[in-house]
Each structure stands twice: as structure tokens, then as C-alpha cells.
Design a protein around this ligand. Structure first.
Ligand code: ADP
Ligand code: MG
Length: 500
């Protein structure tokens, strides 16, 4: 609207515009907003009827709100509205007709003749040069014939409404996306995705369940690749803080000053290069969970600051004098024995006890070999490439290698070995030759004590019983994994029994 036009506009309507811009920008639900916009448009122009149309994702116009009109009236192509709508969309300009009966643009229009419509006003909802939709009002009484002032009002109003509508729609899309993402993440860290039935792993899981609803700091101990981070996420995404952030920071082998500014942030000018203030991760994680990975490596000065967070719930940005309160659940992880670090004087004892209210020990994979078949099944089910290539299992010889190997990299290494196997295999099952060399080589077998010099029969028997145990005594699955029929398996078991 130009200033000239504004000067001509009805004073009351200009005031209405001002009010409106405030009201509609505070409504975030699209449906409610459409309805509100419609009400204002009808009352400010003293119209008799009206409707609001918005383009859907496919670009088709849909009536989203209407006053004193029903869907049929709006969508009937014979309606005069159809002609006006087209004109508004084509030109991107508002259209006013004071008397549709005599307006040459609408001669022959069915509804003008039938209903004696006198006055029509229609304005596009334009945002960034694009028509999102339009607002249409009409009046059939001689008492209210729309004026140029009404047209200017509706055009200006439509501009404001378009921005509010676009914002509300964007917000609701973001809200939906955010919700699906959250659900996806939660799905990913469900308890069922913590795979394992072995006693040491079950013990760890029982601890995880116990600490879910409490706020106590948890220390997760285990070798690299045993699932420390996965457990930390499971605690977060199954507990009361699940809707807040999970923030992880790797603390091992990082320069002290870098780690410190990551964790606690800094004030502008705190050191050369601090061009602006930056919040630390403790602030980012507010209300949520902070996972401190490889905590055993952190320097004494940071240990002191960490102690303060855990003890008083307070921290200070570097260079800042006043403290900030933080509410964060701390889960830490280490692949070393922290107590040894304490005894050696490298880790503060008071911090150790603060972090370590509850310890969860994750066993190395070599101490839970019976979980290997379950993990193999889990990974092959969840790898997209395994699915697309139809690789659902490992063959007998490959399983033998997997069960025998030492797994210094634990579950992460198993996961990698399997994705390698999927790529190398020709579909169907992964064979021993498809596995990484260190897994398929003979040293693996020797690690488990497959000494040579025994009879085939003894080796077979030992292997069969080990697989049966690994499959939790499930004969069907054992037979499947060994690549023999259930009958053969049963026969062999009977035979062993008879001989022993
Ligand atoms: N019990 C488990 N069930 C399924 N996958 C697991 C399990 N433990 C670990 N993993 C997977 O193994 C990999 C390594 O786990 P991670 O938590 O990063 O180990 P860490 O932090 O101890 O090094 C991840 O891909 C993780 O999803
Ligand atoms: Mg890790």
C-alpha cells in the first residue's frame, strides 16, 4: 500500500489493520488462524458472506474457512467467484466490483443473475511474489456496496495475513518434523535394540533400568566398542528427560583449553580469538543429559570445574565472573579403570565419587560370546544394504569364525566385520571368505583353543553344542545356523547322549 492510498483508507480500518497484525501473528495453529482472518475480513468490510482459499502442497486451491457459505457454493465453477478468483490469481491484484450485475466482466455469469450479487471484493494472499491463496467477500445488499477504501483495506490486510499464514504453516511443518524425528530417535534407542541375553550383559541391562527414572550420575565402564554410548542414549531416551537434548562430548586427547571452552563456553574477549560470547555444552544440554565420553583423560583444572557443576549445579563461562545455574544429568564413560587413575593421583577422588554414584560395567564381547548369534541377526536385520541385497544370515563356517575371534574392538568391530561381509558376499549368506582377514584367519580359531589333533567327530560335537548354547537352546535356530535340518540336529544330539 502506498502512503497516498493509506491516506485515503478509512481511519477505522487502518486501526483495525494495526490490531490485526498483532493478533494474527500470535496465532500459531493454521486452522485457528484461517478462521480468525476470515472473521476480521468479513466484519471490517461489513460483508455478508466470505471465504478464504489456500493452495495445498500440490498447488490446488482449497477453501479453508467460510462465512455464510457452504462448500458447494464455493467450488461451483459456474459461480461468479470462479471468474473473480481467476482474475485475482492471474493479475496478483485485488478485484472490486461495486455492482456485479452491470459489470461487463461478469455478464453471463450464472450466479450474478440468480442471486443478484451486487458487490464483490477479492484480494490475493501474496508472500514473496507467490499467491498462497485469496480472501473473497461479497455483499448482496444495496446498503453495503464495497468501496475503494474497502479494497485498499482488504489488500493490506491480505498482505499481513499472508505472512502470518506462511509462518503458521512453516511452524506446524517444523513441529511435525520435529515430532517424527524425535519418535525416530526414540525408536532407535528402545530397549529392544540393546541386544544380548548373556548373564553379564543382563546384569548391565538391569542396572540401566534401575537408573532410568532417577537423576543420579552414572558412570559407564567398558572397553571401546562395548556399547557405552548406546547405553547412555538408552538411559536418556527412555527416561524423564527424553524430550530434552542429549549432548555428547568426547574428552579424550583434546587440548585442555579447547575442551574447557567446549564444555563451559566463554565470554567475548576472554582470550584472543573470542570475538563473541559462546555458550558451553552444559548450557546447550540444559534440562537434558550430558554424556562425557572418556572422562578418565580430562585435565585437573577441568576436573575442578566439573566437580562444581555436579556439586552445586553451577558453572562459569571462561572470562565471566558470575556463575550460571545448570540442570543437566551427567552420564560419563571411560575405558580405563578410574579407580586406578584415582590411586595414581591422576583423577580427583571427590570427582570420582560424584560421577560414580552408579557404575554400569559393560562386558567385552569375548566374555559374552553367546550373544554373537543374536547380534549377527540384529545387525543383518538392521543394515539397509543387507536387506537390499537379501543377505540374512552367515553360513556355518562364518559363524564358527565369528564365535572364535577375540574381538578387541568389541561390538563395533563385529558390526564393521558384518557390513564388510555384506559387501563381499554374493547375496544369500555371508561365508567365512567374505569376512575381514583378521576374523577369517586361522589365528582366530587358535585363540579359542581349537587345538589340532582331535577327531572330526569331537570337533563337530563341541561346535554343535556351543552353537546350541549360543542360540539359547533353540533347536530350530541352531539347525538353521549350522545349515543342517532339524532332524539331523536331533539325531546328532541323541547320538551324543547315547555315547556319553
Ligand atoms: N548391546 C548392543 N546391541 C546392539 N548394538 C550394540 C550393542 N552395544 C553396542 N552396539 C553397537 O556397537 C557400536 C559401538 O557402540 P558404542 O556405544 O559406540 O560403544 P562405546 O561407546 O563403548 O565405544 C554402535 O554402533 C552400537 O550401536
Ligand atoms: Mg564411544
Amino acid at each position: 500500500m502506498t502512503t497516498e492510498e493509506l491516506r485515503q483508507a478509512d481511519k477505522e480500518q487502518v486501526l483495525a489493520l494495526f490490531d490485526v497484525s498483532q493478533v494474527i501473528n500470535s496465532i500459531h495453529d493454521p486452522e485457528e488462524l484461517f478462521s480468525r482472518v476470515m472473521d476480521i475480513a468479513v466484519s471490517a468490510t461489513r460483508a455478508e458472506r466470505g471465504f478464504l482459499m489456500i493452495r495445498d502442497r500440490q498447488g490446488a486451491l482449497r477453501a479453508m474457512a467460510a462465512r455464510n457459505l457452504d462448500q458447494r457454493d464455493i467450488e461451483n465453477p459456474e459461480e461468479v467467484s470462479g471468474t473473480v478468483i481467476q482474475q485475482v490469481l492471474d493479475s496478483g491484484e485485488p478485484v472490486l466490483t461495486s455492482d456485479a450485475r452491470t459489470d461487463p466482466r461478469f455478464t453471463g455469469s450464472e450466479s450474478v443473475r440468480l442471486y443478484n450479487i451486487r458487490s464483490i471484493l477479492c484480494a490475493p494472499l501474496v508472500k514473496g511474489g507467490q499467491a498462497l491463496g485469496l480472501i473473497f467477500v461479497d455483499s448482496r445488499t444495496a446498503a453495503n456496496v464495497f468501496s475503494d477504501k474497502d479494497k485498499i483495506f482488504l489488500a493490506a490486510f491480505a498482505n499481513i495475513a499472508a505472512i502470518a499464514i506462511e509462518n503458521a504453516r512453516l511452524q506446524s511443518t517444523l513441529r511435525e518434523e520435529n515430532l517424527t524425528l524425535k519418535q525416530e530417535v526414540r525408536q532407535q534407542y528402545r530397549f529392544e535394540n540393546l541386544v544380548g541375553q548373556s548373564p553379564p550383559f543382563r546384569k548391565a541391562l538391569a542396572m540401566v533400568e534401575k537408573v532410568l527414572d532417577s537423576e543420579v550420575p552414572v558412570l559407564v565402564q567398558g572397553e571401546s566398542g562395548t556399547g557405552k554410548e548406546l547405553v547412555a542414549k538408552a538411559i536418556h531416551y527412555n527416561g524423564p528427560r527424553r524430550d530434552k537434548k542429549f549432548v555428547a562430548q568426547y574428552c579424550g586427547a583434546l587440548p585442555e583449553t579447547l575442551l574447557e571452552s567446549e564444555l563451559f563456553g566463554y565470554k567475548k574477549g576472554a582470550f584472543t580469538g573470542a570475538m563473541s560470547s559462546k555458550p558451553g555444552l552444559f548450557e546447550t544440554a540444559e534440562g537434558g543429559t550430558f554424556f562425557l565420553d572418556e572422562i578418565g583423560d580430562i585435565a585437573p583444572s577441568i576436573q575442578a570445574k566439573l566437580l562444581r557443576v555436579l556439586q552445586d549445579g553451577e558453572m562459569r563461562r571462561i572470562g565471566e565472573t558470575s556463575p550460571i545455574r545448570v540442570n543437566v544429568r551427567v552420564i560419563s564413560a571411560t575405558n580405563r579403570d578410574l579407580l586406578t587413575e584415582v590411586r595414581a593421583g591422576r583423577f580427583r577422588e571427590d570427582l570420582f565419587y560424584r560421577l560414580n554414584v552408579v557404575t554400569i560395567n559393560l562386558p567385552p564381547l569375548r566374555e559374552r560370546r553367546q550373544d554373537i548369534p543374536l547380534l549377527v541377526e540384529h545387525f543383518l536385520e538392521s543394515f539397509p544394504p543387507a536387506r537390499s541385497r537379501g543377505v540374512r544370515q552367515v553360513d556355518r563356517e562364518a559363524l564358527e569364525k565369528l564365535m572364535a575371534y577375540g574381538w578387541p574392538g568389541n561390538i563395533r568391530e563385529l558390526e564393521n566385520a558384518l557390513s564388510y561381509g555384506v559387501v563381499m558376499s554374493k547375496g544369500g549368506a555371508i561365508g567365512a571368505k567374505d569376512l575381514p582377514q583378521e576374523v577369517s584367519s586361522r589365528e582366530g580359531e587358535l585363540q579359542r583353543g581349537f587345538a589340532t589333533g582331535r577327531s572330526m567327530r569331537d570337533v563337530e560335537r563341541e561346535y554343535l553344542l556351543a552353537t546350541l548354547k549360543a542360540c539359547g537352546n533353540d533347536r530350530k535356530r541352531t539347525a538353521q545356523q549350522l545349515g543342517i535340518s532339524l532332524r539331523t540336529l536331533q539325531y546328532k544330539l541323541k547320538e551324543y547322549k547315547a555315547r556319553s
